[in-house]
Design a protein around this ligand. Structure first.
Ligand code: GTP
Ligand code: MG
Length: 200
C-alpha cells in the first residue's frame, strides 16, 4: 500500500478529456471545503501536490494524479458552492452522467463527508444518488481532529446519524473510514482499503 511516487498528469474540464488508459482510479468527491485536496496531499505525503485553500471553490477541474505509475487519484471540484465562477463551475448532473456512469476504470468514489458537522442534505442526496446508480462508494469522514472521537475508532454522533440516514439507499452499507489530514489519522487504513479494492 506504500506510495513511492506521485505525479500530476493533467487537468480536464470535460470527462471525455480524462486519461484514456486502463489504470484503476479513485475519485475524491464531496462538498467544497470538505478537504478533498488536503486528503490527497496527506495520502501522498506532499504539501502541495493538490492545491488547497481556506476558501471554497479552489479546485475547478478534474485533476488526475498518477501514483506509483499504476493507479490514479482524481481530485474533483466540490459541490454545494454557489459562488464558484460561472464559467468554471461544473454542472453536477451532466458531470455525474458523463463521469460517474461511464468511467469504467473507476474503482470507487471516495465521498468525503465533514465529520465535524451534522448530516447535510446535499451530502445525503449525493450518497443516495450514487447508491441508486450502484456506483462503488466509500465514505471518508474528514476533519475528525475537530471532533471528540477524533483519534479513536468509535464514530461520533454526526457519523453515526449520517450512516443511519443513507442506509435505505444502499443494498449494503458502503465501507467507511474516519480521517484527518491534519493528524494523519486514518491515512494507513484508507491506503490499505484502496489497495485491497484495486487488487480485487
Ligand atoms: P474545494 O477544492 O473548494 O472543493 O475544497 P476541498 O474539498 O479540496 O478542500 P481543501 O482540501 O482545499 O481544504 C479546505 C480547508 O479545510 C483548508 O483550510 C484545509 O486546511 C482544511 N482542512 C482540510 N482537511 C482538514 C482536516 O482533516 N482537519 C482540519 N481541521 N482541517 C482540514
Ligand atoms: Mg480542492
Amino acid at each position: 500500500a506504500k506510495i513511492k511516487e506521485v505525479e500530476f498528469v493533467k487537468s480536464s474540464n470535460r470527462p471525455k478529456d480524462c486519461p484514456k488508459d486502463d489504470r484503476p482510479e479513485f475519485a475524491m468527491l464531496g462538498r467544497s471545503n470538505v478537504g478533498k485536496s488536503s486528503l490527497i496531499n496527506s495520502l501522498v505525503r506532499k504539501k502541495e501536490v493538490a492545491l488547497t485553500s481556506k476558501k471554497p471553490g479552489k479546485t475547478q477541474l478534474i485533476n488526475h494524479f498518477l501514483v506509483n505509475k499504476s493507479w490514479y487519484i482524481v481530485d474533483l471540484p466540490g459541490y454545494g458552492f454557489a459562488n464558484a465562477p460561472e464559467a468554471a463551475r461544473m454542472d453536477w448532473s451532466s458531470f455525474t452522467k458523463g463521469y460517474f456512469l461511464n468511467r469504467g476504470t473507476l474503482v470507487s468514489v471516495l465521498l468525503l463527508v465533514d465529520a465535524s458537522v451534522p448530516p447535510q442534505k446535499i451530502d445525503l442526496d449525493c450518497a443516495n444518488w450514487l447508491g441508486r446508480n450502484n456506483i462503488p462508494l466509500t465514505f471518508v469522514f474528514t476533519k475528525c481532529d475537530k471532533t471528540k472521537g477524533g483519534k479513536g475508532k468509535r464514530p461520533d454522533d454526526n457519523i453515526r446519524s449520517f450512516l443511519q440516514l443513507v442506509r435505505e439507499y444502499h443494498k449494503q452499507q458502503p465501507p467507511w473510514i474516519m480521517s484527518s489530514s491534519v493528524t494523519g489519522f486514518g491515512r494507513n487504513e484508507l491506503l490499505l482499503h484502496m489497495s485491497q479494492l484495486r487488487n480485487y
